[in-house]
Design a protein around this ligand. Structure first.
Ligand code: HEC
Length: 125
């Protein structure tokens, strides 16, 4: 029962991502540090050079007063830093627990790696 629901959702979401090619391309074109953002890279990830663009492209349509007004708002460094510090960014976007953010589809692994690196490096501005 549960498994078939999950399969159904996966099928729906893969159709969604095929049909929405432009949005998918946009995600792929996000900046990622050299070396795929894996640990060991010397790139410093800051909110202004990487994270803000990721959040603006993938989260702000829901998590802002101009968008769907879903809490928490993710419009400023302080707001995004809060979910980096309290573990919600990692849980929802990287580990996808209890459910994935954004709800419409996982972020590409390279983008998840960038966010993880940003968190590891202290979520600086
Ligand atoms: C299509 C709308 C939508 C998008 C896009 C979206 N979210 Fe959400 N988000 C929601 C909704 C609705 C909730 C509240 C329900 C829930 O927690 O699942 C939520 C809840 C959250 C929460 C609070 C829940 C918790 O675990 O404390 C965080 C943190 C979050 N989202 C982060 C993000 C991030 C980061 C992104 C972008 C990578 C993102 N969301 C993209 C709709 C969205």
């Amino acid at each position: 029962m549960r498994i078939s629901l999950v399969c159904f959702l996966i099928v729906c979401l893969s159709c969604y991502s095929c049909s929405d090619k432009t949005k998918e391309d946009e995600k792929e074109n996000l900046p990622t540090p050299t070396g795929n953002g894996n640990t060991g890279t010397n790139t410093t990830i800051t909110y202004s050079n990487f994270t803000k663009k990721i959040i603006d492209n993938n989260c702000i349509s829901c998590h802002s007063s101009a968008g769907l007004n879903v809490n928490p708002h993710l419009e400023t460094y302080t707001q995004v830093k809060t979910i980096a510090n309290n573990g919600r960014l990692k849980a929802r976007v990287i580990d996808e627990i209890p459910t994935r953010m954004p709800p419409t589809g996982s972020l590409p692994q390279t983008v998840k790696d960038t966010l993880q690196l940003w968190i590891n490096q202290g979520a600086v501005e």
